[in-house]
Design a protein around this ligand. Sequence first.
Ligand SMILES: Nc1ncnc2c1ncn2[C@@H]1O[C@H](COP(=O)(O)OP(=O)(O)OP(=O)(O)O)[C@@H](O)[C@H]1O
Length: 292
Amino acid sequence: MSIEIRELTVRYGGTVAVDGVDLDLAGGKIYGLLGRNGSGKTSLLSAIASYRKPSSGIVRIDGEEAFENPRVARRTCFIRDTLDLSDSDRLRTALDLAARLRPTWDGSYAAHLIEVFGLNPRKRVSSLSRGQRSAFGVVLGLAARTPLTILDESYLGMDAVARTLFYRELLDDYLRHPRTIILSTHLIEEVADLFERVIIMDRGRVIVHDETDALRGRGVTVTGPAEAVTSFVAGHAVLGEQSLGGVRAVTLDGHFTAGDIERGEAAGLSFGPIGIQDLFVHLTSQPLEASR
Ligand SMILES: Nc1ncnc2c1ncn2[C@@H]1O[C@H](COP(=O)(O)OP(=O)(O)OP(=O)(O)O)[C@@H](O)[C@H]1O
């Protein structure tokens, strides 16, 4: 589903959470939404999913205004870590409700996911551990198979094994049933390989929307003997660095020619792509004026 956002502002009293955002998502991709705490991710996603009326501006999904539009609502699934369920419900009841609400719901896939995550459908929502709640959110989000699926940090409570299972299921199911998926996350490096495009928010604005590969191409990591690294990086913006013994590894922003890389390699340096996390930290930790 394509998403067109124009001059979207979300305000809570005097707080501007989303500040005049324009964004076009062509759809049929997995998008990663990154941003520091309080940067406006949940507010933006709530407006896209029509959980919140924009203070001003508009969200159009497949050309139709999204807010209070039942056609759009049926085809959109928004999973938050709070799970919008009644605590006294059994998981089975929540699954039955989702099946009734969602024309695209796949009951046998839900049953498969319930088994993968070791959940018991007879249990009540109130009895789930934090990680199990997250896993159940993922079950509801993936089995809904809605053309627009939004997972807002919904899997952060899951342990590393469960998250790995989630990434595998997400990718497998997406390849079999391509759709538009937006994931917001703080576990940047862990999920960056899933994203085809990355959106970075900072203080209510979208400061980056680009292909993940293009972002990785925005800089390099340089590793090698400390002295050789130091002379190579002179004059470039350093995004991150690590040293161990006499070896230094530095992440640099900027474009490097094949000649630059060849000269570096001749000096004993090795080069790799930039980490999305390093780029993210660099772009979102600057004063407002410098990050624009
Ligand atoms: N219901 C609310 N009432 C008042 N202010 C709110 C409300 N929800 C969010 N805010 C404020 O809006 C801003 C953006 O919050 P939002 O939850 O959208 O950010 P976020 O990027 O999702 O943050 P996090 O990564 O911490 O979840 C913050 O300053 C927050 O304090």
